[in-house]
Design a protein around this ligand. Sequence first.
Ligand code: PLP
Length: 423
Amino acid sequence: MSQIIHRNLRRPPPLAVGAAGITVRDQQGNSYLDASGGAAVSSLGHAHPEVLAAMHAQIDKLAYAHTAFFSCEAAEELAARLANDAPGDLDHVYLVSGGSEAMEAALKLARQYFVEGEQPQRGVFIARRQSYHGNTLGALAVGGNEWRRRPFEPLLMDVPRVAPCYAYRDRLPGQSIDDYTAALLRELEQCILATGPEQVIGFVAETVVGATAGAVPPTPGYFRGVRKLCDQYGMLLIADEVMCGMGRTGTLYAFEQENVLPDLVVLGKGLGAGYQPIGAVLAREHIVKRLRDGSGAFQHGHTYMGHPVAAAAALAVQKVIQRDNLLGAVTARGATMRRLLRDAFGAHPHVGDIRGRGLLLGLELVRERGAKTPFDPALKLHAAVKEQAMARGLMIYPMGGTIDGRHGDHILLAPPFIATEAE
Ligand code: PLP
């Protein structure tokens, strides 16, 4: 009997004892092919020698220094690199310990921006129905995953919600992609107007939706339309790239493929690639300038922010991605994988859609293909699929559909960027 409060309290998971490349081994001697990078985390696979060496060197030099007293070289170098590689004036970096923490920091940074800009009445975020932004209370409040939210509703701030950009499910028969996109943008504008534009802090969205919908990229022009509305109503655009950022879609940031510049970008997962817990917020110059010229400080902070070893690991990860042209590998392997998935499952009666971008791929499971009927959520098909895959030595990341059964179960695939064609 384990003392750990595991995700499943009735059935503890297998005990991992080792991992290398794209394979994880358990205590029983079983091997698992990591086709999901955990949950789209392990972009360099496991035991990458250069990342391990950078962590060892950092531990020997400086394992920890509290940020109320010191900065450290690794954090400074990581921030400089992220700022340099990010487009536009996304020149500032706030380092935390994971995706949810980064989302909380982004929400507070956005709020403080308006408090110091003499618009303290702005206190509402608008977000989307099918979305996940983390499990801490602020992040959970902006997220739209009903199953995760429901027990904690009384603790969550009110967040007006609009439809996700999910053409496979929501585009009307005969509706063009452009008309569908225009309808989504009209809905967002109506939501802004109904909320009162002067009350709204910003719009929060994943550039490519990850865990709640299974790798759903936006329609062309959707984010450009969102950016325009944000500018028109003086709101901030907060892009959650915890899952889709740091190269996973073939560009360092997924928003680069949408030709928009968000005001704040939320990062996690692939930033440290699982080697250390780390997340970050990228902020544009106008956000930081207002706080610098105003109160002089962001009113936030955590004990482990800017951790030297986490920063050293993330820095090593970024260096390897650039040196080994892994963004190119993501695009190439992604295309191969999508072709193989189409060959294998394109005509499968229970695979409704195969989609994604780069090495963030999704399969939506349906009971009936033509009508796109989802399986009954009570069946918990996703859990059974995961169990069967693990029994066959394969890590994939399946998720249930919506509680109301409108969207189906799906399987997320997000292999390490270093995976070979053969693997
Ligand atoms: N945002 C997105 C899009 C995510 O996929 C996740 C995690 O799955 C988070 C935020 C939360 O990140 P973390 O689990 O590191 O707190």
